[in-house]
Design a protein around this ligand. Structure first.
Ligand code: ASP
Length: 580
């Protein structure tokens, strides 16, 4: 075609040039017989001006028509400051209508009030909107930076199968029935975990892949049934090596996309400390407001709620909302109580401190000694508000962790422009599942235990720690990974600890276990959640904003209407009958 420039390109210096532009009609304005059209493509908008001689020829042109215009670049008398090309216009000499358009079901503008269902059904129109396609451009840039960076460190991109065997990330699999093997199924990979470890055994040394992963889970605002991971695995390396690789990658991405210089080494926090001080394994570190453990302060309390929690092995946890005593009314505090109840806490106690006096729901139970101890432990000053949950250990931590973040948002003390990364290390090896009444892998079953916990794997599962790690950023989990087991006997022992019989382990992972008999190198890796990273870079908390063709919260594609029924002949081929 004849296009000479994009619609984001022309400047004052181009005045006098004869150009041909293509694009969509974003806006049409008539001034007497003269017509101004904003012509849009993904590079920008250029104003093209039709003089009176075109009046008849262009009378039908409406928004979203596709045009090719040829004309001369002229400097505008009054520049349009809202457009990058605003200093110029193109005075049209000839034009072609390349296509017409019906009235669109949503307005194509930066801001839209169209319902999400409409935006998803007409996604290709929604994607004409700058905020949305800009997110895709950022995503493209991030994957480019990633590929270049990892290649520069000798990593090799290898694709692994989509039709695979069930993998062990612990979510529900998407299954694909086999036509050739009646009753058998492929599983779509929840991650390339097994394959990337096999690539280490194959001697690939340094692997990466921008890998599509599939998990049939209940969806949330930050989940989609299919998503991408920057999946990395390396041999003959330990935590220091992989942390350095990932820190370097983040530094590049944040420099190029946000022009932010990240610190050279990210903070490291042990899992137990993260839970103790922040009540979360993905703490938001843009503000401090740590959780305090008040069991010692209240060891001789006359307040029976606290004393019975201590007796039963629970925790009294508190935060100091600095200067917030006058900011929360009684009613606001009731709301906070409702809030902690979401996290199963039974109640929220509080004390306010002003002019040397404690007031509030439990003030009357505080002895002078306890007041002093509390002041010291929590660094209490005039005007502070202390919020307290006393409950089972995990409930007290998690509820206070969530409250910490809520209160910080309420008080507006979070620096939204900062990026606080931290490695969370030393995760528990197993977590107890109340539903199944068993221990399950905290990360996945290929994660190496700490050397000193190996003897406890079968006898004291609740106290085994692993060499798993997460990278968190501003309260989000950005990646997880681990040092892997590379010894067959150890892998078998961990399967046993997870309650898999020898036969079950053989049936599920036999080919994988066998590979360990042929010289598996020490190795470790990570999977970085691409969408989450892009969401943070784009400043959105809706994952759909960073996926070209996303699914709804009920896993539907409103545009193509997938999933859908299929031809009965296809089901016959697969020997599948749909049960009523
Ligand atoms: N496969 C893991 C995950 O998806 C990441 C890893 O251990 O590399 O969480």
């Amino acid at each position: 075609m004849n296009r000479t420039h994009t619609n984001g390109e022309l400047r004052k210096e181009d005045a006098g040039k004869r150009v041909t532009l293509c694009g969509w009609v974003a806006k049409r304005r008539n001034l007497g017989a003269i017509c101004f059209i904003d012509l849009r493509d993904r590079y920008g908008i250029t104003q093209v001006t039709f003089n009176e001689s075109f009046q008849e020829a262009i009378k039908d042109i409406r928004n979203e028509y596709v045009l090719e215009v040829t004309g001369t670049v002229a400097v505008k008398e009054v520049p349009n400051k809202n457009l990058e090309t605003g200093e110029i216009e193109v005075q049209v000499e000839s034009f072609k209508i390349l296509n017409t358009a019906k009235t669109t079901p949503m307005i194509i503008a930066d801001k839209t009030d169209a319902l999400e269902d409409v935006r998803l059904k007409y996604r290709y129109l929604d994607l004409r909107r700058k905020p949305l396609y800009t997110n895709l451009l950022i995503r493209d840039k991030v994957t480019m930076i990633t590929r270049n960076y990892l290649h520069s460190l000798n990593f090799v991109e290898v694709e692994t199968p989509i039709l695979s065997k069930s993998t062990p990330e612990g979510a529900r699999d998407y299954l694909v029935p086999s036509r050739l093997y009646k009753g058998k199924f492929y599983a779509l990979p929840q991650s390339p975990q097994i394959y990337k470890q096999l690539l280490m055994i194959a001697g690939m040394d340094r692997y990466f892949q921008i890998a599509r992963c599939f998990r049939d889970e209940d969806l949330r605002a930050d989940r989609q049934p299919e998503f991408d991971q920057i999946d990395i695995e390396m041999s003959f390396a330990d935590e220091e090596d992989i942390f350095k690789v990932v820190e370097g990658l983040m530094q590049r991405i944040f420099k190029e996309i946000k022009d932010v210089d990240l610190e050279e080494h990210f903070e490291r926090i042990k899992y137990d400390d993260a839970m103790r001080y922040y009540g979360s394994d993905k703490p938001d570190l843009r503000f401090d407001m740590r959780l305090h453990d008040l069991n010692e302060v209240f060891k001789a309390t006359s307040f029976s709620v606290f004393s019975s929690v201590i007796e039963n092995g629970g925790l009294i946890k508190a935060i100091n909302a600095k200067g917030a005593a006058s900011k929360y009314s009684r009613k606001d505090l009731d709301h906070l109580t409702e809030f902690v109840k979401i996290y199963k806490a039974k109640a929220l106690a509080y004390v306010k401190y002003s002019e040397g006096e404690f007031t509030g729901s439990i003030a009357k139970f505080l002895s002078d000694e306890e007041k002093e101890a509390l002041k010291k432990e929590m660094d209490i000053e005039n005007g502070d508000l202390i919020l307290i949950v006393a409950d089972e250990k995990s409930i007290a931590n998690v509820a206070m962790g969530a409250l910490r973040v809520k209160v910080a948002h309420d008080l507006g003390i979070i620096d939204e422009s900062s990026f606080k990364f931290a490695w969370i290390t030393d995760f528990p090896m197993f977590e107890y599942s109340k539903e199944s009444n068993t221990y399950v892998a905290c990360h996945h079953p290929f994660t190496a235990p700490h050397d000193e916990d190996v003897d406890k794997l079968l006898t004291d599962k609740g106290n085994c720690y692993s060499r798993a790690y997460d990278l968190v950023l501003n309260g989000y989990e950005l990646l997880s990974g681990s040092v892997r087991i590379h010894d067959q006997a150890m892998q078998e022992k961990v399967f046993e600890a997870l309650g898999l019989t020898k036969e079950q382990a053989q049936d599920k992972f036999g080919f994988f276990l066998e590979a360990f008999e042929y010289g598996a190198p020490p190795h470790l890796g990570v999977g970085i959640g691409v969408e989450r990273l892009i969401m943070i870079l784009c400043g959105t908390d809706n994952i759909k904003d960073v996926v070209a063709f996303p699914k709804t919260a009920s896993a539907m594609c409103l545009m193509s209407e997938a999933p859908n029924t299929v031809d009965p002949a296809q089901l016959d081929d697969l020997k599948i009958k749909i049960a009523e």
